[in-house]
Design a protein around this ligand. Structure first.
Ligand code: UD1
Ligand code: PEP
Length: 466
């Protein structure tokens, strides 16, 4: 396919994703007008992590009794997963607005394909329904997946793991049909890369499979540890062994859980980057040090300041020049890929040249084009940069962004490409002198609950376009 056609299709798909997400959370409009140049200051609440909450919601399917999830954020991915659970017969009470959801899986049933199709392309979470639905119903149908468009996001590790448990996978044009004619049996699985989603796939399937599952090269992100905590509350037996090995002893039945979700460290890191870029001061209520240590080290190296308090973390620009850094994104405990996009806006204000090596996804610097339009000096190397220090061996997907600052940013008309890229566009517009028109902001509500209310609390000057 020619590149212009590909770009147009991607652009249209992003617009559609943004409109759907905006509708889920009831945003007033998909475009906001921002008058930049004001420091963001104030206190905001950070609720449960998108990357845990949605998975804990899926885990409720495995219980024989009701589950209660607390600190749920009002984000569109939560609405999508709620709808998907409902069409599989789970009764949900409470609301994302209130922060508490109760799941009753007493009447789980096969869903109508038309209803599943309607949710096609809205989130990456449906793939995690496989194990729980196979245990409950012996059958799962997974629609086309959504999520951020940041390169090809294959699901081969997921499907190989499901096959190892004994599932039969049938790829159809409309989605993936999976059955388990002989039930699911514990397996020895080694992931080619410590994939977050594939690790969760193995956990959500292994807990009720017959016998023992050994997972090698597992991801060990804090959200995965919190999912393991949820599953342990339900009755699962899971042990974390040295060197990224997880052992799961399958059990016959699980009950519901009552769990307060781990805070969203990606949201906290994003607001921290906003504080730095706008020379502001933001207290993230609910943020904790342990899960953010790697981010905090980088934040300090750049010249940002933070105070760890009992009820959260204060992130602020202490005055003086920001300093450049070299970062490579990595699996935990490395520097999370979801942190680089917002932080790059702060790096446009540092004195000197920073380098960000992206090693997790193959196309995660598209958002920088808008920053360049706004006056930033950023050069993207699509095939990575040779040489220099790197903690992990080079991955085939690697790309690099070279950011030279400080540069004055000015307002522009920009279009959000994906979730974190969108937050970074928002920060750029808030940092810039003059007015910006930011469209597709619905995508930001995939992962940032009540972002407009929080901007208001922090003194941002913006309004939704009519
Ligand atoms: C909903 C959720 O939790 N999303 C997070 C999750 O995404 P997600 O679970 O999709 O990310 P993975 O860790 O699985 O992906 C990492 C890398 O592995 C590759 N891969 C993955 C699976 C597979 O079957 N085959 C394959 O090649 C991916 O293309 C990517 O290059 O972890 C990412 C890495 O921390 C985060 O950026 C996302 O915010
Ligand atoms: C890539 C992300 O999310 P998802 O996996 O849901 O697309 C993200 O949260 O930055």
């Amino acid at each position: 396919m020619n590149t212009i056609l590909q770009d147009t299709q991607k652009h249209e798909a992003q617009k559609l994703d943004a409109q759907k997400a905006a509708a889920h959370v009831g945003l007033l409009s998909d475009t906001i007008i921002v008058n930049g140049g004001r420091p963001l200051r104030g206190r905001i609440d950070v609720r449960g992590a998108k990357n845990l909450v949605t998975k804990a919601m899926v885990a409720s399917l495995l219980g024989d009794t009701k589950s209660v999830l607390r600190d749920v954020p009002d984000i569109s991915d939560v609405h999508v997963v709620s709808r998907l659970l409902e069409i599989h017969g789970v009764e949900i009470t409470g609301s994302p607005e209130s922060g508490i959801l109760v799941f009753d899986p007493a009447n789980v049933a096969i869903a109508q394909s038309a209803e599943i199709d309607a949710l096609s392309g809205s989130s990456r979470i449906p793939i995690l329904f496989c194990g729980p639905l196979l245990h409950r119903l012996g059958h799962a149908f997974i629609p086309d997946l959504g999520g951020c468009r940041i390169g090809d996001r294959p699901i081969d590790f997921h499907l190989d793991a499901l096959r190892a448990f004994g599932a039969v996978v049938d790829k159809l044009p409309s989605g993936i049909n999976i059955t388990a004619p002989n039930g699911l049996t514990g397996a020895n699985i080694e992931l080619p890369y410590p994939s977050v989603g594939a690790t969760e796939q193995v956990l959500l399937t292994g807990v009720r499979a017959k016998g023992i599952t050994e997972l090698k090269n597992a991801a060990i992100e804090p959200e995965i540890m919190d999912l393991i905590a949820v599953l342990q509350k339900m009755g699962a037996i899971i042990s974390i062994e040295p060197n990224r090995v997880i052992l799961i002893e399958g059990v016959d039945s699980l009950k519901g859980y009552d769990h307060r979700a781990l805070f969203d460290r990606n949201e906290a890191a994003s607001w921290a980057s906003a504080a730095l870029a706008t020379k502001g001061d933001i207290f993230c209520v609910g943020a904790k040090q342990q899960e953010m240590m790697t981010f905090l080290n980088v934040f300090r190296k750049i010249g940002g300041a933070f105070d760890i308090e009992e009820d959260g973390i204060r992130f602020y620009h202490p005055g003086g020049d920001l300093k450049p850094v070299v970062i490579e994104t990595d699996v935990h405990p490395g520097f999370m890929t979801d942190w680089q996009q917002p932080l790059i806006v702060a790096l446009t204000q540092a004195v000197g040249t920073s380098i960000v090596h992206e090693t997790v996804y193959e196309d995660r610097f598209g958002f920088t084009e808008a920053l360049v339009e706004m006056g930033a000096d950023i050069e993207v190397h699509k095939n990575g940069l040779e040489g220099g220090y790197r903690r992990v061996p080079r991955r085939a997907l690697e790309q690099a962004a070279v950011i030279t600052g400080p540069t004055k940013l000015h307002g522009a008309d920009i279009e959000v490409p994906d979730l974190r890229g969108g937050f970074s566009h928002l920060i750029a517009a808030l940092t810039a002198q003059g007015q910006s028109r930011v469209s597709n902001v619905g995508l930001i509500s995939r992962g940032y609950g009540d972002f407009a209310g929080k901007l208001q609390k922090l003194g941002a000057d913006f309004s939704f376009a009519a």
